[in-house]
Design a protein around this ligand. Structure first.
Ligand code: AMP
Ligand code: MG
Length: 477
């Protein structure tokens, strides 16, 4: 891989990371290369797909200019604080400046043990690697900030989980891998110098016009409020919103037991480890606020020399989250029902539809998509209830400045036709395990144009039949 690296994280003090090369694997084989993303990064897709390129993507060769390291971080996992987590199965190869001048992290995930591996083997298996590839690229095509997938390779080695499974490595591309948990790592050690250095680094990298820690906090509040609203707009449930899985850059990161809902209900949970619904669909904004409160408390020593003043300022910033989220949520959901103008009663109108959907577990994606085609009525058993709602809706649409064509266009641009449904992701993984990547390829290419009808792939739009339904998703670690 001929890339021009400029590794700003590797220039931070030693205690921010441990230098660590990826651990070589037996027989690397390319499963999928993201040609478009490679070009965006200024990399040559053909070179990446060659044996030398695949060696890099598998961790068997370290490209010139890379300075591999495992990042240190901490985090609240399901509310319990763990003072040291860190990259236990990933290494950051380095940073490249892409063709648009953006700095991007290139990370190998599943690249072997590091000093942060604890009891783990440092590896990943093919299932979660395919899953992250499919879902993160779908997210990007849906217009939602996310880490990207540059490549997936198999290692030719076994990984032992509940069964013996094929090992794999994902090459992940991100604005950065700085998490709320990275700040917590230094705060827990009362390392104010480290916090200050990290804050300056994060500002320079992600919010260069923010003038200090309080402004950084404000930006993260805004970015996360918007991100979570966008997730909700496509029925996405992250599943493990631990503070180590919340990016300061505001990208969706760490696709574990995440899922897109089929039938809508606000309490929906898929993750097998989320026993109490902490990270249920409709709880995500509250959890986001909770995570940002942890971030704010890390910044307190930097905000003002007087602790009371610092806490007051941080709390004010934090208290802006609910309003920021409400505004972002409306900005996401208004166009989903064709609205551009803002009226007082819009949130009620949207919630009334969601309540009807929840009562029948109407399919989230298809019901919204059907609004534009005038076919949503067919999604409901209680047609009378829908008709009553539709009367309110029609009256509200009539107060828009533009006409039906514009409203329809708005809905089609806000309501995807296709999302990565769990049963399709599962099907693609199962086929992949058997050596057949055709369903994976078809899913990835269809999901690259999620707002197009693509009648040839209409099967991917159908909700699961009862026997196809996936009720639980797993971390896969
Ligand atoms: P995650 O659930 O992916 O957010 O990971 C939480 C923590 O566990 C991180 O510190 C990971 O690096 C670590 N971890 C997860 N799986 C493994 C594994 N197979 N080997 C070593 N560390 C792991
Ligand atoms: Mg994580």
């Amino acid at each position: 891989m001929r890339a021009i690296f400029d590794n700003s994280y590797a220039r931070l003090p030693d205690r921010f990371y441990v230098r660590q090369d990826p651990v070589p694997v037996r027989a690397p084989k390319l499963v999928k290369l993201n040609d478009g993303l490679a070009r965006e990064l200024g990399l040559d897709p053909d070179a990446l797909a060659s044996p030398d390129g695949v060696a890099v993507l598998a961790g068997n060769a370290v490209p010139a200019g890379a300075e591999p390291l495992a990042q240190a971080y901490a985090g609240h996992q399901f509310g319990g604080f763990v003072p040291q987590l860190g990259d236990g199965r990933a290494v950051l190869l380095g940073e490249v400046i892409d063709r648009a001048g953006r700095r991007r992290d290139i990370q190998l995930k599943g690249s072997g043990r590091t000093p942060f591996s604890r009891m783990g083997d440092g590896r990943a298996w093919l299932g979660p690697v395919m899953r992250e590839y499919i879902v993160s690229e779908a997210m990007h095509a849906l217009g939602i900030p996310t880490t990207r997938a540059l490549a997936a390779v198999t290692t030719g080695e076994d990984v032992i989980r509940e069964a013996v499974l094929p090992g794999a490595v994902l090459t992940r591309v991100a604005e950065s891998h700085i998490r709320v948990g990275t700040f917590q790592f230094f705060a827990a050690r009362r390392d104010t110098e480290g916090l200050k250095t990290l804050t300056e680094h994060a500002i320079a990298r992600h919010y260069p016009d923010a003038d200090g820690p309080l402004a950084l906090l404000d930006r993260v509040v805004a970015a996360q409020a918007r991100l979570i609203a966008q997730w909700m707009g496509v029925g996405f449930i992250h599943g493990v919103m631990n503070t180590d899985n919340m990016s300061i850059a505001g990208e969706t990161i760490d696709y574990g037991p995440c899922a897109f809902m089929d039938g809508y209900h606000p309490d929906t949970v898929y993750s097998s480890i989320d026993l109490h619904g902490r990270y249920a669909y409709a709880r995500q904004a509250d959890v986001g606020a909770w995570n940002i409160a942890q971030f704010a408390s890390c910044l307190v020593p930097l905000i003002d020399p007087d602790q009371d003043t610092a806490i007051e300022r941080a709390s004010e910033a934090l208290h802006r989250f609910p309003a920021a989220f409400r505004a972002a949520w409306l900005a996401v959901f208004r166009p989903k029902i064709g609205l551009a103008a803002e009226e007082e009663g819009d949130a009620d109108l949207i919630h009334a539809l969601l309540d009807l959907m929840a009562a029948e577990r109407a399919d989230f994606t298809n019901t919204f998509r059907a609004l534009a085609g005038g076919a949503a009525r067919g999604a409901f058993r209680d047609v009378d209830a829908f008709d009553l709602w539709a009367e309110r809706w029609t009256a509200r649409l009539a107060r828009e400045a533009d006409g039906q064509a514009a409203q329809t266009a708005r809905m089609r641009a806000a309501n995807p036709a296709v999302i990565p449904r769990n049963h399709r992701v599962e099907e693609a993984i199962q086929a992949g395990l058997g050596g057949d990547y055709a369903p994976f390829e078809r899913l990835v290419s269809t999901l690259a144009q999620p707002f197009d009808d693509q009648p040839e792939n209409s099967g991917l739009r159908a909700p699961p039949k009862p026997d196809q339904e996936v009720r639980q998703t797993f971390c896969g670690t």
